[in-house]
Design a protein around this ligand. Structure first.
Ligand code: CUA
Length: 368
């Protein structure tokens, strides 16, 4: 006699399958409510990616319901009803096999086609043929994808991004400004990113603004976004890049064009001079004498150091070292022993005395 009832193992698999499907629903709802979700897009290219997700998700739901529906229906409709009865044995059905094989192929082709359309539509703008030749971006065209072409009349902002272990450097060539981690941009402008890395492979990813784009040493990659609403958009390095990969966030802070101009001008203006005889003035002195200037730039003090983050607006940043909120207490903690706070950090423990830590903290706190 053939075992035609649903076996225990099959019933178990079926229950697991249903449970997983049920679990995915609250997860998607959760993704909708938390800020850095790619399902809450804030840039046209991210919107297209979110639309692709929903299209594929919808197809998957239809397939799931059809397959599971037929499975449940067949299990009930064609079950063995008594011990003496043998249900009809079916050993193949050419028509049905053609339908489900070609149906699956069509669904896969549709997903492929939609994905390729989104990839082409979201192509980053690349300045010229030389940049194109130097880039290793697939499918890149010199004017970008359809979406960027549509924005050619709008204002644009070029920003050069450099990945470091473990922080992000941002340069604004049109302003001569250099900053780290917190990237200010004007609302409405198409922001064109030209990216590279100084050490290992990192990955630029602000889920609400665009898809991931890796950055490589010795190569240039491109991406873009256009923020439509003022606000802070959080992101994180998306490529395992060493001991402190977990402490390599980036954020885009979108402000009005007027606020952005003020911010950019501030970055290239000399930092405020601390008053004579103050603790901050001692801190400024130490910034040079203790060697901080070798790695960190402050506008008006030294502008060329690029080994560590530019500190011109350090007191106005969200975090210190990408892992703790900016505060004077946390700055003291950081200065006392950077590597103890951030594993593998390049900033050495300078064996600063507590007086030196106080003075440096006071000086850095004037740099908003
Ligand atoms: Cu840089 Cu992970």
């Amino acid at each position: 006699m053939l075992p035609l009832r649903l076996s225990k193992a099959r019933r178990f698999c079926f229950a697991i399958f249903l449970a997983l499907f049920g679990l995915s629903i609250p997860q998607i709802a959760l993704a909708q409510s938390s800020t850095p979700s790619p399902l809450l897009p804030a840039s046209p290219n991210a919107s297209l990616i979110a639309a692709l997700f929903w299209a594929v998700f919808f197809m998957a739901v239809v397939v799931f319901l059809a397959v599971e529906g037929l499975l449940i229906y067949s299990a009930i409709r064609f079950r063995r009803r008594s011990d003496d009865e043998m249900p009809t044995q079916v050993y193949g059905n050419t028509r049905m096999e053609i339908v489900w094989t070609s149906g699956s192929a069509l669904i896969a082709a549709a997903v492929f086609l939609l994905s390729v359309i989104v990839i082409f539509e979201n192509q980053p703008p690349v300045a010229d043929e030389v940049a194109l030749a130097a880039s290793n971006v697939c499918f890149t065209t010199d004017v970008g994808g359809e979406q960027v072409a549509a924005f050619l009349g709008t204002s644009t902002l070029d920003v050069e991004i450099v990945g470091h272990q473990w922080w992000w450097e941002m340069n604004y060539p049109a302003y001569g400004a250099n900053t780290a981690t917190d990237m200010y941009v004007p609302v409405g402008s198409v922001v064109k990113l030209q990216m590279t890395s100084i050490d290992v492979v990192h990955s630029w990813w602000i889920p609400q603004l665009a898809g991931k784009e890796d950055v490589y040493p010795g190569a240039t990659t491109y991406t873009w976004f256009q923020v439509q609403e003022a606000g802070t958009y959080e992101g994180h390095c998306a490529e395992l890049c060493g001991a402190s990969h977990a402490y390599m966030p980036m954020r885009v802070i979108a402000v009005s064009p007027e606020e952005f101009e003020l911010w950019a001008q501030k970055q290239v203006s000399d930092a405020p001079e601390p008053g004579d005889g103050t603790l901050a003035a001692q801190g400024k002195e130490l910034f040079s004498s203790r060697g901080c200037v070798g790695c960190h730039a402050i506008s008006g003090v030294n502008t060329l150091a690029r080994v560590g983050p530019n500190l011109t607006n350090i007191a106005g940043r969200v975090q210190i070292a990408g892992l703790m909120p900016y505060s004077e207490d946390n700055m003291r903690r950081w200065l006392q022993d950077p590597v103890a706070v951030k594993p593998g950090a390049l900033m050495p423990n300078l064996q600063l005395s507590s007086e030196e830590v106080e003075a440096l903290t006071a000086y850095l706190h004037t740099l908003e």
